[in-house]
Design a protein around this ligand. Structure first.
Ligand code: G4P
Length: 289
């Protein structure tokens, strides 16, 4: 699997985000609830320093509720308020402001003591491409203008979008690149389309997807496609292809077409809610010691 990584973009992003941090009270980090670990930029906490942060687990409609709840607990144990959100429908979007306010209540109190009253809280949205930053902003502000494309950092001149009279967002979210340190991270980003399909070998991707799902949720495949699972992912893919009529001349299975069907089914939630990552036990225990 050959994925391009552009460190130059990251350097520019970091610089632009650092500039924006001077203007805001709080960072809203958006992660994909199915893959909170892989969709997190590992440098974000270094980049934002001691700026307060909350963690949004977006696309919660596609992740398992119990696992998402474990993640919320995990982030809380690390000192970050966290909430599950579905930016497509707006689920829990209205709760975000209260969580933001709660997170920086000490700062607001200090400001009040100094006579600063009614100054709106200002936030910056950060996250990797395709995690749902624009959809989240649009839902929160009831607008449809936050689309920015996958440009690094915060590129346009800065403007504020009003959520309400007490809460404003920087109109352009900060884009951070994910890190492909290991194959599993890269695969999870690709399964969820955080990495575009054009840069990937779709057959290899569906092979790896079936391999992983066969281990963690075998019933999903058998129920969705009404087939028996094979120990060999290729055979499972061929069985799915046959069921779905992806047969070419000579009776061979069109593996590319089948691979696309499988991955689209997962991405669109047609296999049900599937979380690919859970908080690591060792990390959860760290704070309890
Ligand atoms: P970005 O600004 O972070 O790059 O992400 P953007 O808002 O453009 O969202 C990326 C895709 O994810 C969009 O789908 C969007 O509709 C979808 N999305 C965002 N939030 C949610 C959510 O909470 N639940 C679900 N199910 N989907 C969400 P798209 O335009 O179809 O793009 P693509 O998926 O075809 O790449």
């Amino acid at each position: 699997m050959n994925i391009q990584w552009y460190p130059g973009h990251m350097v520019k992003s970091k610089r632009e985000i650092a500039e924006s941090l001077k203007l805001i009270d709080i960072v809203i980090e958006i992660l994909d609830a199915r893959i909170p670990e892989s969709s997190k930029n590992p440098e974000i906490d270094n980049i934002i320093g001691n700026k307060p942060k909350i963690v949004i687990l977006n696309k919660c409609d596609l992740a398992e509720d119990t696992v998402t709840y474990e993640w919320i607990k995990y982030f809380k144990s690390k000192g970050y308020n966290s909430i599950d959100v579905d930016s497509s429908t707006g689920k829990n979007i209205q709760k975000v402001y209260n969580i933001v306010k709660e997170t920086i209540k000490d700062k607001i109190e200090r400001q009040m003591e100094r006579g600063i009253i009614g100054r709106p809280i200002r936030a910056l949205i950060l996250g990797i491409p395709n995690v749902g930053k624009s959809t989240f902003i649009n839902k929160l502000t009831s607008k449809s203008s936050a689309k920015t494309g996958d440009k690094p950092g915060v590129t346009r001149s800065r403007q504020w979008i009003k959520v309400n009279s007490s809460f404003e967002l920087l109109d352009t979210p900060g884009i951070l690149w994910p890190k492909f340190d290991d194959k599993k991270t890269a695969l999870h980003l690709a399964f969820t389309r955080a990495i575009k399909d054009e840069v990937l070998d779709i057959e290899e991707l569906s092979f790896e997807f079936i391999k992983e799902i066969s281990q963690i949720k075998p019933n999903v495949i058998t129920e969705r496609y009404n087939i028996e699972l094979s120990d060999n992912p290729i055979e499972t893919i061929e069985r799915i292809g046959k069921k779905r009529g992806c047969v070419v001349s000579g009776g061979n299975i069109d593996i590319i077409r089948t691979s696309n069907i499988i991955l689209e089914d997962y991405r669109n939630g047609k296999m049900g809610k599937i979380s690919l990552e859970r908080p690591r036990k060792v990390d959860c225990n760290e704070n309890e010691r």
